[in-house]
Design a protein around this ligand. Structure first.
Ligand SMILES: Cc1ncc(COP(=O)(O)O)c(C=O)c1O
Length: 384
């Protein structure tokens, strides 16, 4: 018998409560029963996004939601600032370019945090900038960008602030209204503890004004269509929604409400701290700088003389622990331990133990057990 452990920053493990909810007999999406579920789910999402704004749901992965923001807010040739300090920032650049926007790229090294002042300087220079697009939790590097400070800057300019918080929502604080985040996107297979296939987007009043002026073609991802359907006498989706995923989401959100958002965020912070303590005790170096470490994923530098791809392979093939490798130019140079969503203390202990056994097999020199002990200490000092 072999047990599998999914320790990647998405897809993430799905609780059995959610799996069972998804296995319920199918219901029709134009019925009072579905309406009731959709309304509850939307209210619960507002709680998680900390917003009074509309929250729309689409049948897509996170990238679809990123695309939806571009086609709904902008017109061809609109000037936008897109920041990038990793793979998903680069994806935002590619998406904006694919739709004919004029992209001012603000690019950083992958181990750097985005500097909000750089955004301010650009906005100050050019009042025609229509949007600022930022990845909050950059999953490829574990870096958490400071969207609070950026939101505080962008609010004083005509530009709308679009945030990819695909691995931020449900793991770290996202105060959509208080931080002036105009559009926030997330995907289901991350902190929301669902299978892939569903995305959620919050849209502020300022963003709705941008929607009014946007002329890029849109149909399936139309924010207006989605809002109109939701505001009918019987709230619904414009097209057949992924009913089972939405029923699963209602269960996941109930679990998050029961735990309390503050505790969900605290749990992620403690899991991240224990993971960092574990890998540091083993003698490994963290990839993300101290000023920008998130709680979704811990990227770790592969030590000199060790094959980074072998770490991922041995953990998966020998021990059943699936972790993520580095992406693009970081392939083989870092590996990433996920702790986003349905995780608790002993998932972390398992992954650190598996890592220690793997490193020992690869002849990396360290005292076995020190990583697990360091993680345990964090948990004993921070009861969850
Ligand atoms: C920060 C971030 N943005 C975008 C994406 C892309 O989302 P998806 O793979 O769901 O399309 C991911 C997925 O890992 C992500 O972590």
């Amino acid at each position: 018998m072999r047990k599998e452990y999914l320790m990647t920053p998405g897809p993430t493990p799905v609780p059995s409560e959610v799996l069972l909810a998804q296995a319920r007999p199918m219901i029709h999406h134009r019925t009072p029963l579905y309406t009731k579920i959709l309304v509850t789910v939307t209210e619960d999402l507002k709680y998680i996004f900390q917003t009074k704004n509309d929250v729309l749901i689409f049948a897509s992965s996170g990238t679809g939601a990123m695309e939806s923001a571009i086609v709904n807010l902008f017109s061809a040739d609109d000037k936008v600032v897109v920041t990038s300090n990793g793979k998903f920032g680069n994806r935002f650049i590619k998406l904006a370019e694919a739709f004919g926007l004029t992209v001012i790229k603000l690019e950083y090294e992958w181990n750097e945090v985005i500097n909000p002042d750089d955004i301010k300087k650009l906005l100050e220079k050019d009042e025609n900038i229509k949007g600022v697009l930022v990845v909050h939790s950059e999953t490829s590097t574990g870096i958490l960008n400071d969207i609070k400070t950026i939101g505080d800057i962008v609010k004083d300019y005509p530009a709308v602030f679009v945030v990819d918080s695909i691995t931020g929502i449900g793991a770290v604080e996202v105060r959509t209204d208080e931080w002036h985040l105009d559009v926030v996107v997330t995907g289901s297979q991350k902190g929301l503890m669902l299978p892939p296939g569903l995305s959620c987007v919050s849209v502020s009043e300022k963003a709705w004004h941008a929607v009014e002026n946007s002329t890029l073609p849109k149909f399936y991802f139309s924010y207006k269509k989605s809002r109109e359907s939701f505001h009918k006498a019987f709230p619904q989706n414009p097209f057949t929604p992924p009913v089972s995923l939405i029923i699963g989401l209602s269960e996941a959100l109930k679990m998050m409400r029961d735990e309390g958002l503050e505790n969900v965020i605290k749990r992620h912070a403690v899991l991240a701290e224990a993971t960092r303590a574990g890998v540091k005790a083993v003698g490994l170096e963290l990839f993300a700088p101290p000023e920008g470490r998130g709680s979704a994923v811990t990227p770790v530098k592969v030590p000199e003389g060790i094959d980074g791809k072998a770490i991922v392979k041995i953990m998966r093939d020998k021990y059943g622990i699936t972790i993520a490798g580095g992406q693009d130019h970081l392939t083989g140079k870092i590996f990433r331990l996920g702790h986003l969503g349905y995780y608790d203390r002993f998932d972390i202990v398992t992954s650190i133990a598996g890592l220690e056994m793997t490193l020992a097999e690869l002849n990396y020199e360290f005292e076995r057990g020190v990583g697990v002990k360091a993680a345990e200490e964090v948990f004993m000092e921070n009861p969850l």
